[in-house]
Design a protein around this ligand. Structure first.
Ligand code: NAD
Length: 255
C-alpha cells in the first residue's frame, strides 16, 4: 500500500482519467474525495465504488471554476478527514474551433475550468497543507498540449501551457513547505472526452497512426504515474512534467 491512510482530493473524478486515479489511490490505501460537476451528464458514482477497497470515499459536488465551490468542497473534506495530503487537478474541458471563429464565451469557459480551476484547487489545497504541515503533493493532469500545438484548440493549449508554467512556479514557491508539484501530460487516452474519435473508425485509425506505441492509452496507465507522484517515493521529485503518451510527443512528420 503506497498511499496508506493518505487523504486525496481528485477533481472531475466521476469519469475517465480522474475516476481511474481515484480508484487506484483507494486501492493503495488512500481515503478519496471524489469531485464531480453537479448537473453533468456523469453524476457521482465513483465514491460508492471506493468503499469496495476498504477505505473511505466521499462525493463532493462543485464547479472547480468557482471559488466558493472549491473552498466549500475543501472545507467538507477537511471536516470529514482532518487533512489533505494529495490534490489532483484533473477536471478539464476542450472546445474545437478555428482560431478566427472562437468566441469570448468559448475562450473564457475553457480557461475558467482548465486554468483558473487549477489555480483555485491548488491554492486552496496548498493553504491547507501549509496550515496542517508537513508537506503535500499537488498534481495536474495537463496534456501533451502543454507543450505541442493543436490547431483549432487554441484555448485548450493556452490553458494547458498555463498549467505548465503555474506548476513550475509553485514547485519553487512551495518547496520550502515540502509540497511537491508535478504535471502528468497524457497523450490520446480512451475516455469520454475522445468519444467522437473513438466512435469513428477512420478518425481512430488516423489518430493511432500518429502514436508510436500504436494504440490509445488507458486511464489506468495515467493513474499509475499519479500513484508514484502522490507517494513518498516521489519525495525529491518536483517541478516536472511526466508524459504518458506512447511516444506521441516524439512523433515528427517529415513528409
Ligand atoms: P472526461 O471528460 O472523462 O473527464 C473530464 C472530467 O472533468 C469530467 O468528470 C467532467 O465532469 C469534469 N469537469 C468538467 N468541467 C468541470 C467543472 N467545471 N468542475 C468540475 N468538474 C468538471 O475526460 P478525461 O479524458 O478523463 O479528462 C481528464 C483530464 O485529462 C482533462 O483535464 C483533460 O484535458 C486531460 N487530458 C485528457 C486526454 C485524453 O486523451 N483523454 C489527453 C490529455 C489530457
Amino acid at each position: 500500500m503506497r498511499l496508506q491512510d493518505k487523504v486525496a482530493f481528485v477533481t472531475g473524478a466521476n469519469s475517465g482519467i480522474g475516476k481511474a486515479i481515484a480508484m487506484r489511490f483507494a486501492a493503495e490505501g488512500a481515503h478519496v474525495a471524489v469531485n464531480y460537476l453537479p448537473g453533468g451528464t456523469r453524476e457521482a458514482d465513483a465514491a460508492a465504488e471506493i468503499a469496495t477497497f476498504g477505505t473511505t470515499g466521499i462525493a463532493v459536488g462543485g464547479d472547480v471554476s468557482k471559488r466558493e465551490d472549491v473552498e466549500r468542497m475543501f472545507t467538507e473534506v477537511v471536516a470529514k478527514f482532518g487533512r489533505i495530503d494529495i490534490a489532483v487537478n484533473n477536471a478539464g474541458i476542450e472546445i474545437k474551433r478555428p482560431f478566427l471563429e472562437v468566441t469570448d464565451d468559448e475562450w473564457n469557459k475553457v480557461i475558467a475550468v482548465n486554468l483558473f480551476g487549477a489555480f483555485l484547487v491548488h491554492q486552496t489545497a496548498a493553504r491547507q497543507m501549509v496550515k496542517q504541515g508537513p508537506g503535500g503533493k499537488l498534481i495536474n493532469i495537463s496534456s501533451v498540449h502543454e507543450d505541442i500545438p493543436f490547431p483549432e484548440y487554441t484555448a485548450y493549449c493556452a490553458s494547458k501551457g498555463g498549467i505548465r508554467m503555474m506548476m513550475r512556479n509553485l514547485a519553487m514557491e512551495l518547496a520550502p513547505y515540502r509540497i511537491n508539484v508535478n504535471n502528468i501530460a497524457p497523450g490520446a487516452i480512451a475516455t469520454p472526452i475522445n468519444q467522437a474519435v473513438l466512435d469513428d473508425p477512420i478518425a481512430s485509425k488516423n489518430a493511432i497512426s500518429e502514436i508510436p506505441w500504436g494504440r490509445f492509452g488507458r486511464p489506468e496507465e495515467v493513474a499509475s504515474v499519479a500513484v508514484f507522484l502522490a507517494s513518498d517515493e516521489a519525495e525529491y521529485v518536483t517541478g516536472s512534467t511526466y508524459y504518458v503518451d506512447g511516444g506521441l510527443t516524439q512523433q515528427v512528420t517529415l513528409y
